[in-house]
Design a protein around this ligand. Structure first.
Ligand code: CO
Length: 653
């Protein structure tokens, strides 16, 4: 037993003597837990069955908001993100709420102007947020300045994060060594941090590195130290225990149904490991078991189909091999799969460290992990032997311009020069605090959205997510009937699925029903069902009045004006083959994505290489260029349309 953790008493009862220095626990089940395991699809209604009991556990805080929740709730779950806070607050009255705040990126993927950032923090605090866990993907704390002012003004807890990343297999090297983290902790202290979080979003931190790092930070500062890690690589529980031995104040865990895999260590084994020591959490393990029972019975069945069960192993040793976040890996795999290029994954792994180095050894965390990841995929798929960085995403250009902040090492000057050629803000990068150059945007958003926004919360939703946020508000206020996103899976759906599986196991699925088989509608969703090593592909077609969002546009629409805001509802998924377009050269989507806007109008004259359309793929914007000189004959889609790979987006003739 280490010098920090001592056995004091052996007592199982919840009223056992309080430990000398109890380890504090933050629960992540309701945010990072389902974000990690189920693509952030957790619905508020599925948090309520355990909310009151979770409030009784004695957590330091419960993470309820932030990260990707704001995005997925309005985009896929038909939920107003602000409403979740107010609803949960009715059930969780004692335990503080915490949120993950991406500093000047708030809960989105770009830097927002100061006026919007200030309003967002104020409204989050007003709606019930207590602890603002704040991070910047580049660890550039100039991006904290505006939000920290707001957090302090609201009298809330400012937790400053140091994103944990590395370029070597273990802590050390030229860039991310012990001294780097100590300097960052000092900077956070200077900003008035109420606590400091080592944010290991990828599960990279190895147990002895966690020990050394926590020891060093505890020696440096009196501010409480909090450790956040993911279980992805399999090290997190060990790292937590070593951090406890080094004197860490707070750690993050999940209830076991939300734990492990790409999520977090489970709380229950940690409660048991520390039972009767001077770091005893004081938690009642039987109470945790009771919560888990409800979750397993009433909640988890609805999400099981979203769990990635393609592999036997619950850990991903690729993280140990490539020092790459698990979420980023699955994004890369999905992107490659959509492009029919999964066989090029090894090339992606090889290219990734090169791109990261070119772009200033940025930490790999949202959004930089996506920025580096998508650019890597673009390089592998589109570069030629004599030209690298053939298709540079808008976000890489922004990074090269300095719009995200200062990178850990300088960006490769050749890549930077190429990225900034013709960049609208200028070809010379900036060195100031990135938000300095941003014009206020809240009033502009207010004007644009007009009466559709009933309050400031609505305006912020729109300002953060102009395309999907507007669609959500239109649906929320009954302007459109079709709900955006996914239909919830009910326990009845699960029961039907289980019945089908039982039938399949008994070899009865081949019977044809007497009734005429209805035609599959476009709402059909395919589930992969794995039973005892056997695999079934099951198509599920909801028969209610549910209308999903369209997958791709139907026929070319003539003379669509540039940047037409709302798309007409589209019909069948369509990727008009290039050959079918008459009288011109088609500009096709090189990848599946969402059309953001056209940069030209029908009738405009363009030269080969001129940007014509902005396509968002994996949340990164790509300018697609005219394939030849000519006149724009048709713009075939509308803003907000989802398009398949090879879909025709414009015709130049
Ligand atoms: Co996390």
């Amino acid at each position: 037993m280490s010098d920090q953790v001592k056995m004091t008493a052996m007592n199982y009862a919840p009223d056992r003597p309080k430990a000398e220095n109890p380890l504090k626990i933050q629960d992540l089940s309701l945010r990072d837990g389902h974000q990690s395991l189920f693509a952030t699809r957790g619905r508020t209604e599925d948090m309520l069955p355990v909310a009151e009991q979770m409030d009784e556990v004695g957590y330091w805080a419960i993470e309820t908001w932030g990260g990707a929740t704001f995005d997925t709730m309005h985009r896929y779950l038909q939920e107003d993100p602000w409403e979740r806070l107010r609803v949960l607050k009715k059930y969780i009255k004692k335990t503080p709420f915490s949120m993950l705040l991406r500093a000047q990126n708030l809960v989105g993927y770009r830097n927002y102007a100061d006026d919007l950032a200030t309003a967002f923090v104020e409204r989050a605090a007003e709606n019930g947020m207590d602890v603002f866990r704040t991070f910047d993907a580049l660890n550039d704390y100039r991006n904290f300045e505006t939000v920290v002012k707001g957090i302090k003004k609201a009298g809330k807890h400012f937790q400053g994060c140091i994103c944990y990343t590395m370029t070597e297999p273990r802590l050390g090297g030229d860039v991310y060594n012990l001294d780097y983290y100590i300097q960052k902790a000092k900077a956070l202290d200077d900003m008035g941090a109420d606590s400091i979080c080592i944010k290991d979003m990828a599960g990279l931190i190895a147990p002895y590195d966690a020990y050394n790092l926590v020891k060093a930070l505890k020696a440096q500062t009196k501010t409480p130290i909090h450790l956040h890690s993911h279980y992805t690589s399999g090290m997190a529980s060990m790292s937590m225990l070593k951090a406890v031995e080094a004197g860490v104040d707070i750690i993050d865990t999940c209830l076991s149904p939300y734990a492990l895999r790409t999520s977090h260590p489970a709380i229950e084994p940690i409660v048991m490991a520390l039972l009767g020591t001077n770091r005893d959490t004081g938690f009642d393990i039987r109470q945790l078991a009771a919560i888990n029972e409800i979750l397993e019975r009433e909640v988890m069945p609805k999400y099981k189909h979203l769990l990635d069960t393609s592999k036997m192993s619950v850990i991903d040793i690729n993280v140990l091999l490539h020092q790459t976040p698990g979420g980023m890996l699955s994004n890369l795999v999905n992107q490659l799969r959509e492009m029919d290029a999964l066989d090029r994954i090894d090339e992606v792994f090889k290219e990734l460290p090169r791109v990261r180095k070119d772009l200033g050894q940025v930490p790999l965390v949202t959004p930089t992990s996506q920025i580096v990841g998508i650019q890597t995929v673009n390089n592998v798929l589109f570069d030629t032997p004599d030209e690298r960085y053939k298709m540079i995403t808008a976000q890489v250009k922004d990074l090269c311009f300095g719009l995200y902040g200062k990178t850990a090492t300088p960006i490769d000057p050749d890549v930077q020069k190429k990225a900034l050629k013709g960049y609208p803000r200028g070809e010379n990068p900036i060195t100031a605090r990135p938000a300095e150059i941003l014009e206020p945007e809240l009033d502009k958003a207010k004007k644009e959205i007009g009466d559709l926004a009933k309050d400031l919360d609505d305006v912020i939703t729109y300002a953060l997510f102009p395309t999907t946020g507007k669609k959500f508000l239109e649906w929320k206020y009954g302007k459109i009937k079709d709900a955006p996103g996914d239909k919830p899976v009910s326990l009845d759906d699960v029961k039907n699925m289980d019945a089908l599986i039982a039938k399949a196991k008994a070899g009865k699925v081949m019977e044809l029903p007497d009734k005429e088989i209805p035609e599959k509608s476009e709402n059909v969703r395919t589930f992969n069902v794995f039973v005892d090593g056997e695999y079934f592909s099951v198509d599920v077609d909801p028969t209610g009045d549910y209308q999903p969002v369209a997958i791709a546009p139907a026929a070319p629409r003539a003379a669509a004006p540039a940047a037409k805001p709302a798309a007409a509802p589209a019909a069948k998924p369509a990727a008009a083959p290039a050959a079918a377009v008459e009288g011109g050269t088609p500009l096709t989507a090189p990848m599946p994505g969402m059309l953001i806007k056209y940069l030209v109008e029908v009738g405009a004259t363009v030269k080969a290489g001129d940007p014509v359309v902005v396509l968002e793929a994996m949340k990164m914007e790509n300018n697609l260029a005219a394939p030849c000189d000519g006149t724009v004959k048709a713009l075939t889609c509308g803003a907000g349309d989802s398009v398949a790979k090879d879909a025709v987006l414009a015709v130049i003739g």
